[in-house]
Design a binder for this molecule. Sequence first.
Ligand SMILES: Cc1ncc(COP(=O)(O)O)c(C=O)c1O
Length: 405
Amino acid sequence: MTLGELCRADFPILSRTVNGHPLAYLDSAASSQKPRQVIEAIQRYYERSHANVHRSIHTLGEEATELYEGARDAVCGFIGARSREEVLFTRGTTEAINLVAQLVGRTLRPADEVLVTEMEHHSNLIPWQMACRDHGAVLRAVPVPDGRHLDLDAFRRLLGGRTRIVAVTHVSNVLGTINPVADLVREAHAAGALVLVDGAQAAPHLALDMVALGADFYAFSGHKLLGPTGIGVLYGRKEVLERLEPAWGGGEMIKEVWIDHAQWNDLPWRFEPGTPPIAGAVGLAAAVEYLDKLGMPRVTVHEQELTRRAQDALAAIPGVTVYGPPSGEGRGAVVAFNVEGIHPHDGAAVLDEAGIAVRAGHHCAQPLMKRLGIAGTLRASFSVYNTAAEVERLARAVATLPAQL
Ligand SMILES: Cc1ncc(COP(=O)(O)O)c(C=O)c1O
């Protein structure tokens, strides 16, 4: 039995039908489905242990705090961080990147530079546009001239003494390209720049090791990683977090407060003002535990095999263009494609009638769409619960699209 066949039974939603067909959920890059273990952990928390964290000494308050801080330890282990102080909970990747853009943004001076890439999700672009606008800094972008990979020579040319931070995605949510982030970090650090890695499409699929990667910040979302919505993670290197002033104020991020000033709390709470997403953290811990049990290397192999099959099967259909690196090159669990003469939204609607859920549109990556010279694509994306049979179903359905539209 393959991994997909083995773990499908853990995901209650996968047994439903859509438009009279069994559901083939191929949209996990937008948001993954949740195993029973995650759903039950959240339910158990609300039924038995809910209270606010870090403030109540009653039993429920202590249980909730233990669960919340235990989730931090689970995530710390999952991403190979050096210490739990480096793991901050946020509402998601977008919030994590906005937080870094504010923290680092305040250190930018006119003519300083921020380096992004042409393949960024808007989440890793707009916050930097705003930071540059507010502080007079200059935004530069590494091009993707072949529509597949970053131009590394251009990266080296653009990286200079004025570059304060490089913000780059680990895995493209459209192309599936896995960027050589450890190398980029090494070169950026040598040039004196910080590095933020957008891990939204990597954390669910690749074994992570923050120490080996060396990035200063790494952001990802719980809901793409079998966890609930409303929770995300910002990993921050301790030496860097320690020298940054908090961007957001409120309860729990302070040690002592006077009417005109305050003393900040220790890491990581300094960057987590207010009541945190406790149930989200509990669910994320269950998700991380679930993935750990499957084993991330096994998850990667399974998803890359499905992706390769999808890429090959779709590319073999007349009129279909598949985007991203060639088959055989390791890539994230997404395959973006177009069918000649068919608008992606129309294609997705017809696939939905057959019970197949794919995404259509610009995937929040409009600069990349402009580079590719297209308005949008269809996109199939995979998770642990997908099977080769679903990939075959997709390919068969895509082959019939021209006749149906
Ligand atoms: C590469 C990438 N970055 C950031 C995001 C934003 O994630 P969220 O909406 O969970 O904040 C996404 C979501 O699709 C993504 O694919």
